[in-house]
Design a protein around this ligand. Sequence first.
Ligand code: BGC
Length: 430
Amino acid sequence: MGAPSTARVDNPYAGANGYINPEYAANVTATANSKGGTLGAAMAKVASVPTAVWLDRIATINGTSAARGLAAHLDAALAQQTSSGKQVVATIVIYDLPNRDCSALASAGELLIANDGLNKYKSQYIDPIVSIMSQSKYAPLRISTIIEPDSLPNLITNLSFTKCAEANSTGAYVDGVAYAASKLHAIPNVYTYVDVSHSGWLGWDSNLTPFVNLMATLAGRTTGGFTAYDGFVSNTSNYTPTTEPLMTATQNIGSNPVRSANYYQWNQFIDELSYVQSLRSALITKGFPSTIGMLIDTSRNGWGGSARPANASTSTDLNTFVDATRIDRRNHRGNWCNQTGAGLGARPQANPATGLDAYVWIKPPGESDGSSSAIANDQGKGFDRMCDPTYTGNSLNGNNLTRALPNAPLAGQWFAAQFEQLVQNAYPAL
Ligand code: BGC
C-alpha cells in the first residue's frame, strides 16, 4: 500500500487500504463474542474488513445517537491513515434523493418531490456533505462516493409506480444525481461512482440501451460532463454473484442457451462481472472516458456453504440444469431482501478484473435490508412485503416466495441472525 498523497488518481482503490468503520466493527465484535468458539472466531475476522458508510438521511451528516457523523468518520479515517502510514480510501454512500426507493418501501426516504424535496436535497443534504468533504484537513484522504443506489435504474423499469413516475416527469432524480456529482467531483480527492443496479435488473438490451442513453443525458446536465464520473457501481445491497463459475450465458443445453432458462428469462448476463464489463464498454462508446472503472458490491454475493453446487449438472433439460448449476440459490433474481442461504462474497480488493476498479463491501453485511413486519420508526422506513417470508410475491419476483429471513429489524439495523448465516456461507470461507 502506498504512502498518503493528495494527487488525484485514476483508481482511488489502487494502493489504498479501505476505511474500517469502528461502529460496524463493534457490532461484528459483539456478535462474535456472544457466539464464541470457531464460529465466533470466523465472525471476528469481519471486524477488519472495510465497509461503506451510508448517509441515509440528513441527520446522519452531523451524527445521531446511534452513529457518528461524516466529519467524525473522516477524522477516524485520517487517524487510520496516520497510524498505518498508508493511503486510506473511505467509501461513502450518498442516499437521500427525494422520493427515494420509489418502487419499494423498506428504504423509502425522508424527502418528497412534492414537498420541495429536490431543493432540500441540494441545500440540506449535498451542500453540507460537500462542505465537510472539501475541508483541507481531509485532502490527504481518498473519498469514494457511491451515488444513489437504485435511483436511475428505477426510471428505466419502474415508471408504473407513482413515486418513480414523478421522479421521472419532474426530472428530480437526474437533476439530483447531476447536482451531487457536479459538486462532489469538483473536490480533488473525491471520486464519483453512480449506481447501475445489477445484471438481473438492467441486463436486457431493452433496458440497457435506454439506461446508457440516460447516463449520457445525466452527463450532459453535470458540470464537467462525462469527465465528472470516475465510474459506476453494481450490485449495491444485492445478492447477484460476481461470476457463475459453472456455466456461461450462451452455453447450450439441449439446443437452448442458458440465458433462455426460466431463471434468467433471456437476460444477457447471468452474473455481475460480465454485466459491468459490457456496460462499461457501452458507456465509453457513448462518450464516457476510457478511465472509468467499475465497482461491484461483493459483500453478500458469495453463496458458499453446503448448498453451493460443486459441479455443473449433467442434466440435458435446460431448467433442471440451470437450477442445479447456479450458485445463486434465490427463488428469483427479483428477490432482494435478507436472502436465505446467502454468504459473504469476495473481500474488498482493487483491480480484481479488467475494467474494474475494485470489489467493495458497500452494504455492511449483517445490516438488515428491511423489516419482516411493520415497525414504527422515525427514519422514513416502510414495510415492504418483499422482506416478509410468508409473502408469495408479485410481478417483480415472478410471484415467488421471497425467501427473506424472518424476524428482521428495520433496514440498516444490526441483524445478528443474518450476520451468522452470511459468515457460515462465506465464499471464500473466512
Ligand atoms: C438502508 C439504510 C442503511 C443501509 C446500510 C439501506 O437499505 O435504507 O438505512 O444505512 O441499507 O445498511
